[in-house]
Ligand binder design. Structure first.
Ligand SMILES: *Cc1c(COP(=O)(O)O)cnc(C)c1O
Length: 375
């Protein structure tokens, strides 16, 4: 089975981890700071604060943004649930904005959703394709809002060679096993704001500051959301390979783009020439006439060894969200969900694998086309 995405761990990654396991500090040592400096440097942000997941990093970002009961964030329903869950965890309300057919929030619809309760705009760089971050920033500036970017798919993505992580007030990355690089579980917030950075550090580690000798003071409510030293060592080793990983994924994605160009049954998502996508996912968008056979296509691709997946069921369609916030409908979001199918694209694949994947995808999709769907 070729998964849609997977980790790629090499000997030097293992050596880096083992070195830490043999050393004195498994946690709260120098590696975490070294990893943080390396991430901040890579994306061009002043501060990086690592967490034990992107989910806890999102909670931290929302908490230091002072998101409170009845506050609202404007966010995308085409994401993993954690993006909005962590706002709900602070009793805030996610206001879902419709998306475009590249899966990214439709920036032209954001302004109409702003209310006196709105605190932040929270876009997600779907599949690694950068959101229209400059437009989103200018809307935020006009209305005094923060931009908190969930870039869990987008470490290494850039716009005009400026990396995602250097645009928003706070940007979140995930180092989950299948994300652009991994620490097993892990995440980070990057920011240029010193106050956010110091509050995030407190939030991550019990809200305690060290004083003299044994004296410390707990000054704010905190958690233990720290990354371990061996996770940071893995992350540092992986970060050195990020550009190589992206290159492999880009190569495969461009090959798919060519093989699938102008296909009558489905489309793909084009990355503009001035942008780089980390290519976390390679999404196909099935034409409406194939929506009624999507389950069959999905199952047959799985049977033929392709670990395909659908990203994402709109967050508001989950029963928790329906019960808590009532039912909503967003037309492009729902069309996108019906159309989307992510096929394997990752750094562990060879070009032979990519040829094989493209052959199977075309063979299976074309086989189901005759059935057609009625509207
Ligand atoms: C993976 C992911 C998360 C959660 O990341 P974890 O590190 O697993 O907590 C959040 N948002 C998006 C968009 C993701 O893809």
């Amino acid at each position: 089975m070729i998964p849609y995405s997977t980790q790629f761990i090499e000997e030097d990654d293992i050596t880096a981890v083992v070195e830490i396991l043999k050393g004195s500090h498994l946690t709260q040592g120098a590696k975490v700071e070294e990893f943080e400096e390396a991430i901040a440097h890579y994306v061009g942000a002043r501060y990086c604060i690592t967490f034990n997941s992107a989910t806890s990093a999102l909670l931290g970002a929302y908490a230091v943004a002072d998101l409170k009961e009845n506050n609202e964030i404007i966010t995308t329903p085409i994401s993993f649930v954690a993006t909005s869950n962590m706002a709900v965890a602070l009793a805030a309300k996610p206001i879902f904005c419709d998306v475009k057919m590249d899966g990214n929030i439709d920036e032209t619809l954001i302004e109409s959703l702003i209310t006196p309760q709105t605190r932040a705009i929270v876009p997600v760089d779907f599949a690694g394709k950068p959101v229209a971050v400059e437009s989103i920033k200018s809307i935020a500036k006009k209305h005094g809002l923060l931009v908190i970017e969930d870039a869990s798919h987008a470490l290494g993505s850039d716009i005009n060679h400026q990396k995602i992580g250097s645009f928003a007030d706070m940007t979140i990355f995930s180092f989950h096993a299948i994300k652009p690089i991994t620490t097993g579980e892990g995440g980070a917030v990057v920011t240029n704001d010193e106050t956010f950075a110091s509050r995030l550090k407190l939030f991550r580690s019990h809200g305690i500051i060290k004083k003299q000798l044994w004296n410390s003071d707990m000054v704010s409510l905190g958690h233990n959301f720290r990354l371990t030293e061996f996770a940071a060592a893995l992350g540092l080793s992986q970060l050195q390979k990020l550009d190589r990983f992206i290159n492999v994924r880009e190569h495969i994605a461009r090959y798919y783009d060519e093989r699938f160009e102008k296909h009558p049954l489905f489309t793909t998502i084009t990355i503009p020439d001035n942008e780089q996508s980390a290519r976390h996912l390679y999404p196909l968008l099935l034409n409406p006439e194939l929506h009624c056979v999507k389950e069959e296509i999905f199952t047959e691709l799985q049977t033929r060894g392709l670990g395909v997946q659908v990203h994402y069921k709109p967050i508001y369609q989950n029963s928790f969200y329906k019960e808590r916030f009532g039912e909503i409908r967003l037309p492009t979001t729902e069309l996108f969900y019906k159309s989307e199918l992510s096929i394997p694209c990752h750094q562990k694949m060879s070009m032979d694998d990519a040829v094989n994947v493209a052959d199977i995808v075309l063979n299976v999709i074309e086989k189901y086309s005759y059935r057609g769907c009625s509207f």
